[in-house]
Design a protein around this ligand. Structure first.
Ligand SMILES: NC(=O)c1ccc[n+]([C@@H]2O[C@H](COP(=O)([O-])OP(=O)(O)OC[C@H]3O[C@@H](n4cnc5c(N)ncnc54)[C@H](OP(=O)(O)O)[C@@H]3O)[C@@H](O)[C@H]2O)c1
Length: 315
């Protein structure tokens, strides 16, 4: 496993990191636990979660599983914004103060390495949010701060504020199929020493080649999981996309890579990306995926991928 610096921080994150969205949402507990252990064993050092995943249950699960493991041997990132009750939501100062404490309690730790705004909160002045995040860092409850899916204008405004902690990470959706942040977010962040830690780098499983156009999704797959398939089916799952992805198979085979490895290696070709945050429903997927670290894809392969996907890429 290779590690990359995270923005203007002292953190080095594994090129492949582990998400926790599936915990309590269809990924069976024993598998979720085995995935965490396998990830740590294979050099993954960054685990991403949120106070909103499974209404806090993902954080509690991680808190239990990670007990007894040297806290300095891994990095933990969580997030705040989405509702955790009818009255608890957003990025106001009282919410940030309340939510960080609740996250730390569930995670059974004194600090997180990265505290991320899950989205931008248009109902709270940006200054209030940034001051509250600064307080969290200065109290030692988070080492660094980040954001997920903010617009360039929102990012720019945050970078211009003085007297506050600054973001070190951006968490956008990014994959061979979803290239939206390339045009503006990536260069803007780089100019402000902010790295990308990207979500759904496998397009939620579509890029692993497990789905075929016109066929029913295999049982035990994300697309068949009614708790988690809503985003996938709405955004990444059409016969056009699946037909195009099928054409990547000879490219992966020619390189001796699995489809998942090709997709993750592609994401990691970007100089802006520090880590690809994968999901996994069973440990053998972790074994497959970590092998993508340190794979270099030749220019002609990158061109061939673009030709195959040109009509279905989201920008
Ligand atoms: N910031 C945000 O708004 C946001 C949004 C979404 C996610 N995230 C974060 O990003 C993390 C990753 O997202 P994601 O789970 O959508 O990412 P992903 O890596 O694109 O998809 C993961 C899913 O693909 C399948 N898979 C993974 N490796 C495989 C392999 N080698 N072979 C076959 N299938 C494989 C598994 O599903 P099945 O086995 O069930 O098919 C797995 O759960 C989340 O856990 C969360 O921490 C953040």
């Amino acid at each position: 496993m290779k590690y990359r610096k995270l923005g203007n921080s002292e953190l080095y994150v594994s090129e492949i990191s582990l998400g926790s969205w599936g915990i309590n949402e269809g990924v069976e507990d024993n598998n979720a636990k085995a995935c965490i252990y396998k990830a740590l064993e294979l050099g993954i050092n960054f685990i991403d979660t949120s106070n909103s995943y499974a209404a806090g249950a993902a954080e509690s699960f991680l808190g239990d599983v990670l007990q007894g493991i040297d806290r300095s041997s891994y990095l933990l990132g969580t997030k705040v914004f989405f509702p955790t009750s009818p009255t608890d939501k957003g990025l106001s100062a009282p919410q940030i103060r309340k939510q960080i404490d609740a996250s730390l309690t569930r995670l059974r730790t004194d600090y997180v390495d990265l505290y991320q705004c899950h989205r931008y909160d248009p109902e709270t002045p940006l200054e209030e949010t940034m001051m509250a995040l600064t307080e969290v860092v200065r109290q030692g409850k988070a080492r660094y701060i980040g954001f997920s899916e903010w617009t360039p204008a929102q990012i720019q405004s945050a970078c211009e504020l003085t007297g506050v902690e600054h973001f070190v990470s951006s968490q956008p959706q990014y994959s061979m199929l979803w290239r939206d942040p390339e045009a503006e977010v990536f260069p803007l962040c780089q100019a402000n020493s902010i790295s990308q830690i990207v979500w759904s780098p496998l397009a939620q499983g579509v890029l692993t080649g497990k789905y075929q156009a016109g066929n029913v999704p295999p049982p035990n797959s994300r697309a068949a999981n009614e708790k988690m398939n809503w985003y996938l089916l709405d955004n990444l799952f059409s016969d056009r996309i699946l037909t195009a992805v099928e054409k990547l198979k000879p490219i992966a085979q020619g390189l001796g890579l699995s489809m998942a490895q090709l997709a993750l290696a592609w994401v990691l070709q970007s100089e802006y990306v520090s880590s690809a945050i994968i999901g996994a429903s069973r440990p053998k997927q972790i074994v497959d995926n970590v092998a993508a670290s340190d794979i270099s894809l030749p220019t002609d392969v990158l061109k061939a991928i673009d030709q195959v996907l040109i009509s279905v890429v989201h920008t």
